[in-house]
Each structure stands twice: as C-alpha cells, then as structure tokens.
Write a new protein. Structure first.
Length: 314
C-alpha cells in the first residue's frame, strides 16, 4: 500500500480506541477540561503546558511551542508525525489552528534554534536553499495564525500510547510479552519461527501504516524467539545488544549500510529495517485520541501519514 493510499483510506479524522493513559500520570492530571459556555478559553500555551506535564524529560527539550502565538485561543487541534506543508495547509482548511507534531517543522531537530552542525554546516548553496524554504514556511504559518507544538521527548517516554509501546502493539505484542527492557527499548517474546517468517509478519503489520515491505539482513533460516524494538532514533542495535534479542528492528534514519547491516550479514544475526514515520504513526494517533478525551467537545483531528515515501517500481 502506498502512503497516499494509506492516507486516503484512513481519512483525515482517523481514530480508534485509546490505548492507555501515560504511565504514572495522576488521575486528576488527565481529567477532561470543561468545554461549556462558562469554561475558560483554551490557549496554545495551556495545551503545551499540559503535554509537558505528562512526563519528566531532560532539559532543554524540543517539546515546546515551535512557532505561533502562545496566547492564541484554540479552535481545533490537529496531530501528525511530521508537519509537512501540505498537512499544515489541510489543517488550516479544516479550521485547526493548533498542530501538535512529533518531529521537526523546519528540517532540523531544534527547528529554528538548531544547535548541531546539521543543516547549518552545509555548503553555501545548500544552506541558502534550505533557509529560503524555512523562511517561506515560517511566514506562511504566521500569516495563517497556525501554532505548532512539538511533542517529541514526552511521547517517546510515556507508557501506554507512547511511541515504543504503541509500535509494539502495532506489531501484535502486548506488555505481557516484554521479557527484557530498559528506557526506550523493549524485547518481546514471540513464538519460535524462522527469522524470515518473522520478517514477513512484521511486513504485514507495517503495511497497515503504508509501508510496502521491510528490509531484511542476516540469516533467514535462523530460529528466533524474541524481537528487540527501540523508540524512533533510539533503536540502533549496537545500543541495546545487552538486551540480547534474537532479532533486531531498527529504523532507516539510524541504520548505516556499512555498519549494522554488514554485521547482520557477517554474523547472521537477523535485522529488520523499517521506515521511521511508519513506526511512530500508532503513537501519534494514540496522542490524538488522548487529546480528544482530554478536551471533549473540541475538534481534534489526526492527520495520518505512516510511511514517509512512495514506493516506485519499474
């Protein structure tokens, strides 16, 4: 299934049952907010503060209002993995003025306050091209009175619908299947099978979020009984080798074709590589459902994206 077909099939307002509240969240903290005529207007600042209250994260954090008026009264909330410009345009058409996103708006991790070399250490022509796009997108967002909030560190950390657990659930695993774990990483028990059969099962699950197939490295016939899953960019097999999964799952933004993949082929240790956005779609959808419960009566729309590329064949 292609990404565009996945979006059309799911619909702009796709929603499902709430997976669970975040681990450790006090019951009162997640209480629905009154929406009657006497309710205090909900501002972008209120939503940003609520999201940050869900988990303690290291500071400074990218979880903040990226752009827009913090005092803006919320007319509608949208969620998405990446605020592509096309998604921002759709949100405005839908009457959504607050977009809660997981990944950057402006091409680098720290958005308008980039702290790493990344884009800003590029060639002069490359830097100029990207900065021109940044300014155009920034001006459009401000002109259309859209507010963008980043929810990255929190969503990567919380339990329930948080990124690692939601991805595990997408793959068919539950919390009871976890046999080893550490922050950002879980190893799930699976029925004994050949690695290639497990990879096919993963591919079928990933098709639900628009990924047409998965990359496999290693010994196809090796018998596996456990699968190791990370959280977004925290998925490098090198970093959770201590948890000893029989098969690793990693994302395309982390794996290098001269490092982890070669190790998998040389040792036979199975490795499945999947698209970054596809692994986090379920978590962002869960966030949307959570916000809909938190703010009943308000417009909350999830913009499904899933796999970030279209698969082109001859």
């Amino acid at each position: 299934m292609k990404r565009r077909e996945f979006i059309e099939m799911t619909g702009a307002a796709a929603a499902g049952a709430l997976v669970a509240g975040p681990g450790g969240l006090p019951a009162a903290g997640a209480a629905p907010v009154a929406t009657g005529s006497q309710a205090k207007p909900l501002t972008a600042r209120d939503v940003a503060a609520f999201l940050r209250s869900l988990a303690d994260v290291a500071e400074p954090s990218v979880d903040r209002i990226v752009l827009g008026d913090p005092a803006a009264e919320v007319t509608g909330i949208g969620t998405c993995w990446l605020p592509y410009w096309e998604t921002c345009r759709q949100a405005v058409r839908d009457g959504v003025n607050l977009l809660v996103v997981h990944e950057p708006t402006f091409y680098t991790h720290w958005d308008l306050d980039e702290k790493s070399p990344d884009l800003f250490a590029a060639s002069a022509a490359g830097r100029a091209a990207y900065l021109k796009a940044v300014e155009a997108k920034k001006a459009w967002i401000l002109t259309n009175k859209l507010v963008v909030i980043r929810c990255h560190d929190v969503l990567d950390k919380i339990g329930g619908f948080g990124i690692p657990h939601a991805f595990g659930k997408l793959l068919g695993f539950g919390s009871g299947d976890i046999i080893r774990s550490k922050p950002y990483y879980n190893v799930y028990r699976t029925t004994p099978k050949k690695a290639v059969e497990a990879a096919r099962e993963i591919a079928r699950k990933m098709a639900e979020v628009g990924q047409p197939g998965v990359a496999f490295y290693g010994d196809k016939d090796r018998l596996i009984e456990s699968v190791g899953v990370g959280t977004g960019c925290f998925c490098d097999p090198i970093e959770f080798m201590d948890l000893a999964p029989d098969m690793f799952i990693a994302i395309d933004d982390i794996v290098r074709t001269w490092t982890q993949t070669v190790y998998a082929r040389d040792t036979g240790h199975p490795l499945v590589v999947v698209n970054h956005g596809a692994t986090e779609e379920a978590g962002v959808r869960g966030l949307s459902e959570f916000l809909a419960k938190r703010y009943p009566g308000r417009k909350v729309i999830h913009y499904p994206q899933g796999c970030g590329y279209d698969w082109v064949t001859p």
